[in-house]
Design a protein around this ligand. Structure first.
Ligand SMILES: [Mn+2]
Length: 503
């Protein structure tokens, strides 16, 4: 983590200048050199510095300034509509960014921006705050950002600062973060009555100074009639993807699909799960992904029956299946795919029987991804489709099927998780949105039925024990029917066997 090299380089450069400029302190000169260097940069990729990533009008890759402004206008309109019902004239919406979280002395965890803040501003620096002021017929977006700090920027890289943040994001005004307190104090002083929209369920570990400032703001004034959570409104917007977002979702899902093909090709008996994990990470990153969207599950044999197995440190034996649940994050948009394949390249008879059962159910469910159904409806359909097949294959013995209680218990054991979830900027996206609402064009969902027979399961016939299978695709809902975004990721057993035989 140390940056001795650039420091030496600058020191040498400054020393040369220093000899020619007597009277100037070395420290001042070094700072000036750095300041000039930093001024050419932003705290995030922009078109000028990253033309390979960004278009001219884009704040983040793929999303334009106009789209971000449109989002803020929509949120202001939704708040305004809610406000009319309460007959309050003014509203203030406060959306904090994420803050840097420290792992151990001076070492940070990988930074990930607060999704709602990113969706509304496109600003990628920590310790910032978006404030939206709404009055009768007007709204203003004000961004508070970390101020320039030569010492910090020497170590952490350039910050945009308030002026460049204003031009970059297209907000109405921008200030340094340390002006937030005064700003809120003045707002309180100048307004008789107002509603505050702020998510008080902030992350437990957050050291973000803005949280305590807002807490103080909420405590100190008694004019605030309402403190409401803006999250459900923002998630309602995030649920339906725009054209630009659909393009990013298409890219992130294709990227992960192609990476899966390479991981399948690299599989062989006795391979370590950690090797397949690293291969997935590599294949996603070389295609442009920033990182994997979540700790992937790479589970050989019976370990696939631990739904959230992430230790990924065992050898996968010849004849075992490997279940991999992985996806990537590309410019803020995630993919979430699961495939299960034989590590040796050939399914056994029992494995293929169970696999084809899950695949049939999954494909039937994909066909139901239309505005007629909700995710909750599809969950019910999953069991309606699975149960007769399991009975037919004798995976569920006939004596169990006669006892409704035992049958339900066994089905829950064999398939303990949900059929899918909304997908977008977050993996488990827009979690405040009910799964009972009907699917709508512009939504992206996962469809991921699974079948898990633990080796310790003594009810199911012995040949099926120790097998865990899940097949998960990402689906875009459209007026013209479901579009399987992850269709390039092989899942038919013959296709998988052919692919692996040719590797
Ligand atoms: Mn999933």
């Amino acid at each position: 983590m140390l940056v001795l090299k650039p420091l030496r380089k600058v020191h040498k450069f400054c020393s040369n200048l220093f000899d020619r400029l007597p009277g100037c302190t070395k420290e001042l000169l070094m700072r000036t050199c750095y300041q000039q260097q930093q001024n050419r940069h932003f705290g995030q990729p922009v078109h000028e510095t990253h033309p390979h990533l960004m278009g001219m009008d884009e704040v983040t890759p793929g999303i334009t300034r106009a789209e971000y402004q449109q989002r803020r206008l929509r949120l202001a309109t939704m708040v305004q509509e809610a406000k009319t019902q309460q007959s309050i004239k003014h509203s203030i919406v406060l959306i904090p960014s994420a803050t840097k979280v420290i792992m151990t002395n001076d070492i940070p965890y990988t930074f990930r921006q607060n999704t709602d803040f990113l969706y509304m501003s496109g600003f990628q620096e920590p310790d910032s705050m978006l404030v939206i002021l709404i009055s009768d017929c007007d709204f203003q977006a004000v961004l508070f950002v970390p101020k320039h700090d030569a010492d910090r920027e020497l170590w952490d890289g350039p910050r945009s600062g308030d002026i460049k943040a204003l031009h970059l994001t297209g907000v109405s005004e921008s200030y340094n973060s340390d002006e937030l307190e005064k700003f809120l104090y003045n707002y309180c002083k100048n307004h008789k009555e107002y509603a505050v929209w702020y998510n008080t369920n902030k992350p437990i570990k957050s050291q973000h100074n803005a949280h305590s400032i807002v807490d103080e703001f909420l405590k100190q004034n008694n004019k605030t009639k309402f403190v409401q959570n803006p999250l459900p409104l923002i998630e309602q917007m995030r649920l339906i993807k725009s054209t630009a977002e659909i393009k990013l979702m298409t890219q992130t899902t294709q990227m992960a699909s192609k990476a899966f093909i390479e991981v399948m090709r690299a599989s062989k008996p006795n391979v370590n799960e950690s090797f397949l994990y690293a291969k997935m990470d590599y294949e996603c990153r070389i295609r442009g992904a920033e990182f994997l969207a979540y700790p992937p599950v790479v589970a050989g044999g019976d370990r696939a029956n631990v739904i959230h197995y992430t230790r990924n440190n065992c050898l996968i034996n010849d004849g075992e299946l490997v279940l991999m649940d992985a996806g990537c994050e590309y410019h803020g948009y995630t993919s979430d795919i699961t495939r299960t394949w034989p590590v040796s390249g050939k399914f056994t008879k029992a494995q293929r029987l169970l696999y084809e059962c899950v695949l049939e159910v999954q494909e039937a469910l994909l066909g139901l991804c239309t505005p007629q159904y909700s995710l909750a409806d599809l969950y019910k359909h999953m069991f309606d489709l699975l149960t007769p097949r399991l009975l037919l294959m004798n995976v569920i013995p006939s004596e169990v099927s006669k006892d409704e209680h035992m049958l339900t218990k066994l089905l829950r054991e064999l398939c303990p998780h949900d059929v899918g979830h909304y997908l977008g900027m977050d993996v488990h996206d827009t979690a405040s949105i009910s799964k009972r609402i009907k699917l709508q064009p512009g939504m992206v969902v996962t469809i991921e039925p699974g079948l898990y027979v633990k080796s310790s399961n003594t009810v199911v016939p012995a040949q099926f024990r120790g097998i865990g299978i899940r097949i998960e695709d990402n689906v875009l809902i459209t007026d013209g029917g479901p579009v399987v975004l992850t269709r390039d990721c092989p899942k038919h057993p013959d296709h998988i066997e052919t692919l692996m035989a040719s590797s």
